[in-house]
Structure formats: C-alpha cells, structure tokens
Write a protein that binds this ligand. Structure first.
Ligand SMILES: *[C@@H]1O[C@H](CO)[C@@H](O)[C@H](O)[C@H]1NC(C)=O
Ligand SMILES: *[C@@H]1O[C@H](CO)[C@@H](O)[C@H](O)[C@H]1NC(C)=O
Ligand SMILES: *[C@@H]1O[C@H](CO)[C@@H](O)[C@H](O)[C@H]1NC(C)=O
Ligand SMILES: *[C@@H]1O[C@H](CO)[C@@H](O)[C@H](O)[C@H]1NC(C)=O
Ligand SMILES: *[C@@H]1O[C@H](CO)[C@@H](O)[C@H](O)[C@H]1NC(C)=O
Length: 350
C-alpha cells in the first residue's frame, strides 16, 4: 500500500527535476545551441543552399556615393584573391557590427567570392544575415581611383609594377576610401570589444611604444593627412619597397602635419584635430607576443583589456594557431562574446 501511494510522488518529483533542468539548460544553451544547430542544418542541406546563395554584390562606389553621411562609417577590406572570408575575419566584421549597431559597417571585397555556400564562407554568411548594419560590396580599383589624386597614376599602370601587389593595393585602398568618404578603417585581424563611437573623428594609434601603424585609423573626408599619403604615392612611389605606401607613409604625413616626430607625440597625443591613441586602445597584445591570445585566459589577462577598444591579433603570424571552439583560450573567450555567430557556426576549430 505504502509503495503504491509513494510511486506517483516519486514520478512527479522526477518529472519536476527533469523539466527544471531542461528549462535551465535550454535557457543557457538556447542561443548557442540554435546557432550550432542552424549551422549543422545548413551543412546537411548544402546542395539546395548552393543555388540560392550565389553572390550578387552591389558596387561599392555606387552605394557609398549615396550613403547617409550623418551615420558613422567603418570599413574593412578583403583584397586577397582567396575568394573566401575565414572565420576569424568574419569575427572581425561581426564584432565591429555587434558593438556598433548604429553605424554602417562596410566589407569591401576586391575579388568577390563566387558564392557563400562553401564551408569556408559559412561564418560570413551567418554574420551577414544577422546584422542589418553590415554591407558587403564589390570594390573596383578603376572606380575608386577615378576622380582621385591617383587617377592618372593608376591608369598608367603604376600599381602593376609593384613587387608587393597585395600589400600595396591594400595600403592604398584604405587611404583612398577614407579620403573619399571619411570614416574609420580596420584590418580584418581585429576583434572589436566595444563601441568606437566616442573616438575622435581623426585618429591614429601607436602599435608599440613609438610606432604608429596603418592597420586602423580614422579621418574625416578629404583630410590633409590622407591627401599627403596619396600625393606621396603619386610622386614618390617605390614599387619594390614593401613599406612604400604603408605605415611609413602615414608616419611621414603625421610628422609633417603635427610638426614633430612620432616619438615626441607620445608626450602629447593631440595635434590640431588629431589624436594619437596609446597602444592599449587597439594593440593591447604586442605582435611580438601574439601567442598570448591563444593561451588559456585568466581574469588578470581579461582585465588588461579594460581600456581596449579592439585587439589586433596579427593574422600573418597567428593564422596557424588553433582555437578550439568552447576552449578557455583568450581568443575563444572573447570571440564567444563579441562574435557569437561566427564562433558558433565554426566546427570544432575556429
Ligand atoms: C541619416 O541618418 C541620420 C542619423 O542616423 C538620421 O537622423 C536621418 O534621418 C538619416 N537621413 C536619411 C535621409 O535617411
Ligand atoms: C594591370 O595588369 C592587369 C593584368 O596584367 C591588366 O589587366 C590591367 O589592365 C593592368 N592595369 C593597368 C592600369 O594597366
Ligand atoms: C624626435 O624629436 C626630438 C625633439 O625634436 C629629438 O630629440 C629626437 O631625436 C627625435 N627622434 C627621432 C627618432 O628622430
Ligand atoms: C600639445 O600640442 C599642441 C600643438 O600641437 C598644443 O596646442 C597643446 O597645448 C599641447 N598640449 C599639451 C598638454 O602640451
Ligand atoms: C587550458 O585549459 C584546458 C581546460 O579548459 C586544459 O585542458 C588545458 O590543459 C589548459 N592548457 C594549459 C596550457 O594550461
């Protein structure tokens, strides 16, 4: 008798226990689980997806010429010929868009991928579909240079003489775009940690103690600095010199504009309308110790990013380093938070 009466109670207790845990776990896992599931579903439906996802990118110049200039603009450029945007690059785009929902994020692509369905572009596809402030546009050098300081220079085929065509093209595009439209440029190997809206309109940043880098900068339209860089490319281009139109040209323009050398700017970060931000803003991990990002994270490490707007992860050095999805690695912990779509739509390795 006693056994029969207690049976329903035990059943109810078990049921309550199970449902409580289901609710608890679904609450915590739902977002990541649904992301994970949707990426698997896509994987199994690959054939039907291919046809519907051929890329038709709009022309960058046509879209940007008509953009609403009272909105903040951020530009990232893929000038590789690989035709894919990898997970960590998709993470860069996502972290920028997620932390700056009121700004326009433009991913300008020089050699557009054929479609978004191949496995390597899945993360980008997930990201693009979720953030209405991201636009992926096709950029053509002829159109970008037309009407610019470099129009004739480019038409003469000067850039074709380059010993470093990918680097030089990339160095020029960022300056041409910011000169023409104003806004902020970022390389694709950043992870953005917060809104960039409170930065000065015109800024550069130290990478190491007294070394300014061109991986990220912001200028208003037609700024004297970007004009000086383009004029220098037109007049003094050295096709065989790796850094001809990159960081050295930016530093040269800065020193003229500010009337003092970059070492001196450490002491006083303001010149005219321009700020020279400390390395902790965008390069909290120096490229000489890039591997720190792939170690397990600690609370001290994460606290060291309190003042940082973004972290540069020096892709050319770190690209072969593995990040396991779900691991405690610094990059993994940050990516989970700042680029969840790119992160969870990756398989086991990010
Ligand atoms: C441009 O953007 C501003 C700020 O977001 C907004 O107030 C304004 O209505 C927009 N103008 C147009 C024409 O969309
Ligand atoms: C540069 O070289 C490419 C390929 O060799 C050619 O198609 C293009 O017309 C050249 N550009 C200019 C401006 O001469
Ligand atoms: C920068 O300028 C300061 C003061 O004019 C000078 O003492 C210093 O040697 C300069 N540094 C470089 C690297 O030119
Ligand atoms: C920094 O330099 C600018 C000139 O470029 C000057 O106007 C300003 O007063 C200086 N600030 C400090 C704190 O010395
Ligand atoms: C990092 O943490 C993982 C557990 O998340 C552990 O298995 C691994 O041994 C740790 N690696 C190092 C180098 O401490």
């Amino acid at each position: 008798m006693e056994n029969d009466a207690s049976r329903p109670k035990i059943l109810i207790t078990i049921l309550l226990f199970v449902s409580f845990h289901m609710i608890f776990f679904s609450y915590h896992l739902s977002s990541s689980l649904s992301l994970w599931l949707s990426s698997r579903t896509k994987y199994f439906c690959k054939d039907t997806v291919t046809a519907s996802k051929m890329i038709h990118l709009e022309d960058a110049i046509e879209v940007l010429d008509k953009r609403n200039q009272s909105r903040l603009a951020y530009y990232m450029v893929d000038s590789s010929r690989q035709g894919v945007v990898y997970g960590r690059q998709a993470c860069a785009v996502e972290s920028l868009a997620k932390n700056n929902p009121d700004a326009d994020v433009y991913l300008l692509v020089l050699y557009p991928p054929r479609d978004l369905s191949v496995q390597t572009n899945e993360q980008l596809d997930m990201v693009k579909r979720h953030y209405p402030n991201i636009q992926m546009l096709s950029l053509k050098m002829e159109k970008l240079t037309k009407g610019s300081i470099l129009e004739e220079w480019y038409a003469r085929g000067e850039l074709n003489k380059s010993s470093y065509p990918v680097e030089h093209t990339s160095d020029l595009i960022r300056v041409l775009v910011v000169q023409r439209y104003g806004g902020t440029y970022l390389d694709l190997d950043f992870i953005v940690l917060r809104s960039l809206a409170d930065l000065s309109e015109n800024f550069v940043s130290y990478q190491m103690s007294s070394d300014v880098n061109n991986a990220m900068f912001g200028f208003s339209k037609n700024h004297l600095i970007t004009r000086m860089i383009l004029e220098r490319a037109r007049d003094k281009y050295e096709p065989w010199a790796f850094a001809s139109i990159g960081p050295l040209s930016l530093i040269h323009a800065l020193e003229i504009y500010c009337g003092r050398n970059v070492t001196e700017m450490v002491k006083n970060d303001t010149c005219n309308d321009l700020r020279v931000y400390p390395s902790v803003y965008f390069y909290p991990i120096a490229y000489t110790v890039w591997w720190v990002l792939f170690e397990n994270s600690t609370s001290e490490r994460l606290a060291s990013f309190d003042k940082s707007y973004a972290i540069h992860f020096s892709n050319y050095m770190s690209k072969n380093e593995i990040v396991r999805v779900g691991s405690d690695q610094v990059y993994s912990v940050l990516a989970k938070h700042h680029c969840p779509r790119a992160y969870w739509s990756s398989y086991d390795v990010f």
